[in-house]
Each structure stands twice: as structure tokens, then as C-alpha cells.
Write a protein that binds this ligand. Sequence first.
Ligand code: UDP
Ligand code: MG
Length: 321
Amino acid sequence: MPNSSSSPLLSVIIPGYNEEEVLPFLREKLDHVLGRLSVRSEVVLIDDGSRDRSAEIMREFARQDSRYKALLLSRNYGHQMAITAGLDHAAGDVVVVLDADLQDPPELIPEMLAKWKEGYQVVYGQRTTRQGDSWAKKVTAGIFYRFIRRLSGVDIPRDAGDFRLMDRKVVDALKRMPEHHRFVRGMVAWAGFRQCPIFFERPPRKAGTTKYPWRKMFQFALDAIFAFSVIPLRISTGIGLLIMGFSMLEILWILYLRFILNITVKGYSSILIAILLLGGLNLLILGILGEYIGRIYIEAKNRPLYLVQEFVAHPSADQNS
Ligand code: UDP
Ligand code: MG
């Protein structure tokens, strides 16, 4: 245990990218919620290479209040890496990850802590409704989660984001997973331990705009699939076998026509179809192979996951890590 003093320490980890509009609201909410907890707490704010004043505001919070720490990354690494960096710098016996935009209500922290005290090591927020998320986002998210659960064989909870409480044991387990393409909610599900949901209505973003445009969401989905499953490779094998079987029959048929019936078929269409179909399929499967090879290459380079520009903690903050 990192802390020997009587009351456990809670670390609240909050990644932010261009969140200057919401940070003041976030602080107000956190001060209110954390002030009423029976446990000690620290807040690790992660600036994921923002271009606005987020980093300055976070630094300011850390100077004003010893509970706040600001971890400024050297550039934008993405949401999942920012969470990873926060987990690495958290000292708590128990950790809660939440979004900066107040879509993951800090008011639920006491309820999560109660579950933790009951003995659960992971408590994840499951959304009953998602106000403020577009119709298209809800539908694609629904399809994605059903798909990834099937593909990965890991029991990744539906309708749950990265809003979760994790025991120190789980955080240490995550730290032992060195992969570069990180799908944190999948990694936590993979880790196992005693998990339980709490249900909440997801409110709309408090201020500012989404930092997940379609491009990033698509990337996120691909990362999840390729990081958690080799089934796309098996699908390629399956398609290959199917086409091979079909080709065998076709070859027998052609030989029969040629040598038994002595008919030579002109077959322009069938040749063109075969060329186009197989050409396209070849490229597709090469692409799938390429995704995995690219990932092997990135892992083989073994670069650090992220670089830290600055870690700002109040001079009086108790350093446990
Ligand atoms: N975020 C981040 N780095 C990024 C993109 C997003 O740290 O490159 C943070 C963002 O500041 C927010 C959280 O990830 O705290 C979730 O992002 P957002 O609310 O924009 O996503 P949405 O709720 O729209 O899916
Ligand atoms: Mg949000």
C-alpha cells in the first residue's frame, strides 16, 4: 500500500484537451464534492497538449490548492494516453477517472467509493441515457460495443466510457501493460478483478465543444479492434478458403467444358469479375495484415508512451509516489 496513514487517499484523474471553458466549473464541482468525502483526496489534471489556456489554468489550480496537481504533457497524445499518464502519476489507494467536461458527474464519487468499501475493485459508470450526444453517435457507439465484445471475447461493459473507480491493484495491473495503442476500458475489462456498474444519466457537456471528431472516433474504434482481436486475420483466412473452394469447383467445370464437351467459353465478364473481386480482396486483406504489422513495428520501437513537459504540485503537497 502506498499510504500508511489512517485514511485512504483518493486520486481523481482528469484528462483535458482545450478545456479552458469548463475547468472553472470543474474546480467548483470538485471542491464541493471532495470537501465532503471521508477520505483524503488529490486531483491529477492532465493537460494533453492543449492549444488554449488549459495548461495555465491547471498550473494555477496546483499553485493555489495542494490537493491539485497538474501534469502537462509535451504534446497532444490523445485521451487514452492522457488517462495512462494520469494513472502513472496518481498516488492514491483508489483512483477515479473522469472527463473534464462534467459529463461524468463528480457527484457520483461517494457512491463509487461506497462500492469500493464493499469490496469492489472496479466500479464503472454505465449510462442509462446520453443527453447531448447526437443520434448518430449513440447508434455508432451501440454497434461498436456489440461488435468489439464479440471480437475481443473480453467482457467490455456496454454503454460505459472511461468513467470508473479503480483500486490500486487494478492501476498497478494497468501499469504492467506496456502497449502503445491503448483502449483503456478494454484493458480494465481484461484485467478482471471484482467489477460492478453504477448507473447514471449522462448529461451534456458543460461548456466547450467535443474533442472527439469523427476522425478520432474512427481511429479509436480501429485501435480497439486491432488491439483486442486477431479475428480480422481469421476472417481473411475464412474468405480465402471460401474463394478457394469455389475456384476448385469452377476449375473442374471449365475443364469439363473444355475437354469433355469441347466447348471454349468466351467468358469476358467472368474474367473481369474474378480480376476485380480478387484484386480488391487481396488489397483489403493486405491492409488488414498491414494494420497488425504496423502495430508490431510501433511496439518494436518501444518508445516511451508519452513525454512529460512539467509536473506541477504544490510545495506542501504530500508526495507519496
Ligand atoms: N481529451 C483528451 N485528449 C484528446 C481528446 C480528448 O484529453 O485528444 C479529453 C477531453 O478533454 C475530455 C475527454 O477526453 O476531458 C473526453 O472528450 P470529449 O468530452 O470531447 O468527448 P465526448 O464526450 O464528446 O465523446
Ligand atoms: Mg464529453
